[in-house]
Write a new protein. Structure first.
Length: 133
């Protein structure tokens, strides 16, 4: 593992097109903040360097541009999540099959959650423990 990378201000400043307001990064949905925080935390814990993260994330943004997807910023954190999935599988922190299974579990949980209630997985539906931290 790499030594922890803890210069948050410099790291966040080099992110391409990061949605922000006067207080820093801006999030439209809680999952966006969670995905953002997970990438920062994994980097701080030495699972990958911030330079590696920026390379993978920038590559994902470039790929979306090459596919002709619009660059209006509305899908920024969806691209962030795809890049996060790529780097955790490359680093062996998870496998694509596990990620696919987890997504399917969340979709099912969402479908069966009453409107206005938080979506949660039951203990029996979460066979894979979270990444240790």
């Amino acid at each position: 593992m790499s030594p922890p990378d803890t210069d948050n201000g410099a790291r966040i400043g080099i992110l391409p097109k990061l949605p922000r307001d006067d207080d820093g990064p801006a999030f439209a949905e809680p999952w966006q903040a969670q995905a953002f925080a997970l990438a920062v935390q994994l980097s701080e814990q030495g699972y990958f360097t911030w330079a590696e993260w920026v390379e993978v994330f920038s590559g994902e943004l470039q790929a979306t541009s090459e596919r002709g997807e619009p660059d209006d910023g509305s899908h920024y954190y969806e691209h962030w999540l795809v890049a996060l999935e790529k780097i955790v599988t490359r680093k062996g922190l998870s496998h694509s099959r596990e990620l696919s299974e987890r997504k399917a579990e969340w979709i099912e949980a969402f479908k069966h959650t009453p409107h206005g209630q938080p979506v949660a997985l039951t203990p029996s539906s979460s066979a894979n423990p979270p990444i240790p931290g």
